[in-house]
Ligand binder design. Structure first.
Ligand code: PLP
Length: 362
């Protein structure tokens, strides 16, 4: 077999090796059916089993209550930037957005096409190097919902607990940290996540929605943009992205086999801890870009070297050693190690060894 690299890509990102190998085994003929999953009807018995099992396993992982629907949609998190306000903003047409990075800004842009947006908190003037504190939030009493981004893929910040919003429905873009640990789904009205960071291949978007809020979805909405239609049709209003859902299902089984989300959280804490502990003890050679330690992400670890020249050299040498995808987003610069659920601990340990060696030589 070909050797695989250590893939630190921010997304589409690494998948568990076990999942890739299982999909490879069943690729040509799925479990004796004589067809690939890609070639079978989404309304047939086999795929019906695949999507139902994926939903059940996701429900198990997150303890999703029965009054929530689970959807597998398309259009990425980006389409959710529009679907959320189109469905949830009326009739008041007012919503609160906490802006903690580039993705929240894009969400705001679409919400403004539907109604008025109150920026309930932002750290943009500090280039998003921390999260707004609870006491800095300026929430409106009459907002239709509050939207926040749980993990900021580009800036490397992550909420450790949800912002407190009282009885206003909470909506979360969890694209880059869904399933990194257990959360209390009851605190949210809607959670959405593009799959390509922590779930599976791009093309699938998971939406977890409290069915109570569906009464807000107006019949005048375009059919595909209406959550109620997708819930009534069990994500099968149109042809879903069958292969992506199949792979996501394999990832859910892998997570259950790994011991579920409490075990993943322990592992994710250890993995990120190895990196943060190392650069905090590197005498300022490696410096984290996030200003408040509590706000640091367990998924995307962002840091700088003493100069841009050294960063370039670091990235070149890292690549030669088989560490790929470490270049930070252009708005932050530096290095970004994305270490989602599927990223192995050994890879983080090996990266730290490389960092020590690089520091000694440079
Ligand atoms: C990657 C990402 C997105 C965009 O997802 P698409 O599937 O490309 O639309 C949105 N939000 C966050 C937090 C992301 O990390």
């Amino acid at each position: 077999m070909e050797k695989r690299i250590y893939n630190f890509s921010a997304g589409p990102a690494i998948l568990p090796e076990e999942v890739l190998l299982e999909a490879q085994r069943d690729f040509y003929s799925y479990k004796g059916s004589g067809m690939s999953v890609m070639e079978m009807s989404h309304r047939g018995k086999i795929f019906d089993g695949i999507i139902k099992e994926a939903e059940l396993d996701l429900r198990k992982l997150l303890d999703i209550p029965q009054n929530y629907a689970v959807l597998f949609l398309q259009g990425g998190a980006t389409l959710q930037f529009s679907m959320v306000p189109l469905n949830l903003m009326p009739p008041a047409n007012k919503a609160d957005y906490i802006v903690t990075g580039a993705w929240s800004k894009k969400a705001v842009k679409e919400a403004k096409r539907v109604g008025s947006v109150n920026i309930a908190g932002t750290t943009e003037s500090e280039n998003f190097t921390r999260l707004p504190k609870q006491e800095e939030l300026n929430l409106s009493a009459d907002a239709s919902y509050v939207h926040f981004t749980s993990n900021n893929t580009i800036f490397g910040t992550q909420y450790k607990t949800e912002p407190a919003v009282g009885s206003i429905p909470l909506v979360c873009d969890a694209s880059s940290d869904i399933l990194f640990r257990k959360i209390d789904v009851n605190k949210y009205t809607l959670i959405y996540a593009g799959a390509q960071k922590n779930i599976g291949p791009s093309g699938v978007t998971v939406v977890i929605i409290n069915k109570n809020i569906l009464e807000r979805s107006s019949d005048s909405l375009h059919t595909y943009l209406n959550y109620k239609i997708h819930v009534e049709n069990d994500s099968m209003y149109n042809t879903p992205t069958t292969f992506g859902i199949y792979i996501a299902g394999l990832v859910f089984k892998w997570l259950l086999n790994m011991g579920g989300l409490d075990a993943m959280y322990k592992l994710n804490t250890e993995k990120a801890g190895i990196l943060y502990d190392y650069f905090d003890s590197s005498d300022g050679y490696y410096t984290g870009t996030v200003k408040i330690k509590e706000d640091r992400s367990l998924m995307n670890v962002t840091y700088r070297l003493p100069s841009e020249e050294l960063e370039k050299k670091f990235l070149d040498e890292a690549k030669q050693k088989g560490f790929e995808g470490l270049k930070g987003h252009r708005s932050v610069g530096g290095i970004r190690a994305s270490i989602y659920n599927a990223f192995p601990k050994k890879g983080v340990e090996d990266l730290v060894e490389f960092m020590k060696d690089f520091k000694a030589k440079n």
